[in-house]
Unconditional design. Sequence first.
Length: 284
Amino acid sequence: MAHEAASSEAPLTASGFRARKGAAPLVCVTAYDAPFARLAEEAGVDGILVGDSLGPNVLGHTRELHVTVDDIVHHAAAVTRAVTAPLVLGDLPFMSYATLDDALHNAARLVRDGGVAAVKLEGGAEVAAITEGLTSRGIPVMAHVGLTPQSVLATGGYVAQGVNLEGAQRVVDGARAQEAAGAFAVVLEAVPARLASVVTERLAIPTIGIGAGPNCDGQIQVLHDLLGLAFRPPPRHAHRYADLAGATRDALTQYRDEVAEGSFPSAEHGFKIRRGVIDRLSFD
Ligand code: KIV
């Protein structure tokens, strides 16, 4: 089985991930449960993020802001039970790293109870001290700058970042501050491809793009956008590789129809009882 083959590989560590800078592109995807994590491993991805996109994609929330540490721990545990080879990261959700004490406590929960090998947090220079505090205590951190969904109330929505000088400088400064603080990689979300290229050239750590063009050291996408399971128009940067919503709807409609018309279940789905047992049953 492909999964067993993948599972015999040594797990990719955060330092192994970092060492891939400039080599073959790092391929990352989100996953929130065991079956999809296993399929991502079978497909050969390098990194699986149990992201706070869990909220809108799986938990029925409108935004990432509603996701809690308990949510990430619960789903991360499912993912880490299912895979061996990829680096599994857990998102520190909204306000779970407002202070260093919070960050240490909550990151330790993701590692200890969720089984993740690294955490991701959003922000640049303003949270560099948090990254420094986590990494100096042995918790690898992936940073995330550009469009940061946990800040949408302040930034005014899911809009591209770094398009003017001030915004582009904020992306550069944020990424550099996170690198200096010890982050092993940085996500660049919804920033112009040319900006992402120069940041990628200047940083020693890998850049992982989502809506940041082809010249990053790797890419990450939200699983439900790739598979047509997001139930909303896909973001500009996403490509739908499959229509699992359509396939699932068709399968469930066929199941409903076959039950309704009596063609399912048929004899092949049933079990035989020993001869004579029915005749000797008592309903007294
Ligand atoms: O939560 C998430 O899915 C993310 C990715 C978009 C990078 O943070």
